[in-house]
Write a protein that binds this ligand. Structure first.
Ligand code: NAP
Ligand code: ZN
Ligand code: ZN
Length: 348
């Protein structure tokens, strides 16, 4: 037996998303079922449904920034009860046995990998479907608790954009005395600015233009530069200890690596469709590193949510009706969102 719920799904890489219904599994002993109140729209949703990262199984319901309220728990669930405010991020299961799972880095599960919230395959062998839907059933170990002070609509984007930026900022010790640059002021970028500032770092935004400068400074950045101005790259040569790249398109890596100080690191969070060449000299001169980072584990995601509650860090959002999703995708592609679209799932 299953439950039928309304959802928005992509039926091909080129057609708009449309309203449909999907089945949710019955609540198993370790499962939590919840009604989804809000779902954020991540650029990864768009990359995925347009098959920019490879073939997917259609119909596909995107959405991995999910917040809602528990409606039912399985007989052996201990962490949650009906009425709890909860969230789910980018994955809903993993092997739980490999070294990375045991270390709480489930996103790097090697056996064979985490089960994506959508476009994955659950233990029942069925395709997983994401948050652009009325309800979801997830094992309690992959569910997060949303602190009381964070409204559900603002909590949703923290489940992907929040943890994706929090994790590398922590890993590379963003804090007092560190100069951090954030490339791209979008969903991830604006949270990277807020989080790095809350951690005590000095933050600069590198955006394509100065259009969003007022916002960037209000979010806590102390500097803001346009990357369309070639002078920016001369002026900021060797300025940063850490650069967080959130851009969803290809950039000229050599120019940005030039902005790092000795031993500096550029962390790639954006995942554009095509490879980006890196000239060896751009790394060798200045002993620089280029790295990447994938979301964060369950334990760290909870830590991030609690940190956001404590430091009053929440995303700037534009709440939309579900039927607006295709326009929202186009606006996101045009960098015309301040700064995260969030679907009000009661409009599904
Ligand atoms: P987003 O809201 O669309 O933000 C991307 C920003 O990049 C834009 O706001 C824009 O900032 C800048 N940008 C876009 N096109 C550009 C271009 N052609 N040249 C230079 N800058 C450009 O997207 P998002 O949801 O934050 O996601 C960003 C990327 O991170 C996506 O590739 C997504 O798949 C990836 N992602 C990765 C992870 C992970 O675990 N690593 C998790 C989530 C998302 P300005 O207007 O300020 O220039
Ligand atoms: Zn995402
Ligand atoms: Zn594993």
């Amino acid at each position: 037996m299953t439950t039928t719920v309304t959802a928005y799904a992509a039926t091909s890489a080129t057609d708009p998303l449309t309203k449909t219904t999907i089945e949710r599994r019955d609540v198993g002993p370790h499962d939590v079922a919840f009604d989804i109140a809000f779902a954020g729209i991540c650029h990864s949703d768009l990359h995925t449904v347009r098959e920019e990262w490879g073939n997917v199984t259609f119909p596909l319901v995107p959405g991995h920034e999910i917040a809602g309220v528990v409606t039912e728990v399985g007989s052996e669930v201990t962490k949650y009860k009906v009425g709890d405010r909860v969230g789910v991020g980018c994955f809903v299961d993993s092997c739980r046995e490999c070294d990375n799972c045991r270390a709480g880095e489930e996103q790097y599960c090697t056996n064979p990998g985490m089960v994506g919230t959508y476009n994955g395959r659950g233990r029942d062998g069925k395709p997983t479907q994401g948050g652009y839907s009325q309800a979801i059933v997830v094992d309690e170990n992959y569910v997060l608790r949303i602190p009381d002070s964070i409204p559900l609509d603002k909590a949703a984007p923290l489940l992907c954009a929040g943890i994706t930026t929090y994790s590398p900022l922590r890993h590379w010790n963003a804090g007092p005395g560190k100069r951090v640059a954030v490339i791209g002021l979008g969903g991830l970028g604006h949270l990277a600015v807020k989080l790095a500032v809350a951690m005590g770092a000095e933050v600069a935004v590198l955006s394509q233009s100065l259009k969003k400068m007022e916002d960037g400074l209000r979010l806590g950045a102390s500097e803001y530069y346009a990357t369309s101005d070639p002078d920016t790259f001369k002026r900021l040569r060797g300025s940063f200890d850490l650069i967080i790249n959130t851009v969803s398109a290809n950039l000229d890596m050599a120019s940005y690596l030039g902005l790092l100080n000795l031993d500096g690191t550029l962390v790639e969070l954006g995942m554009p469709e095509n490879p980006m060449p890196v000239p060896a000299g751009a790394l060798i001169f200045g002993r620089k590193s280029i790295s990447g980072s994938l979301i964060g584990g369950i334990r760290e995601t909870q830590e991030m949510l609690d940190f956001c509650a404590e430091h009053d860090v929440t995303p700037e959002i534009e709440v939309i009706e579900a039927s607006y999703v295709n326009e929202a995708y186009e606006r996101m592609l045009a960098s015309d969102v301040r700064y995260r679209f969030v679907i009000d799932n009661s409009t599904l």
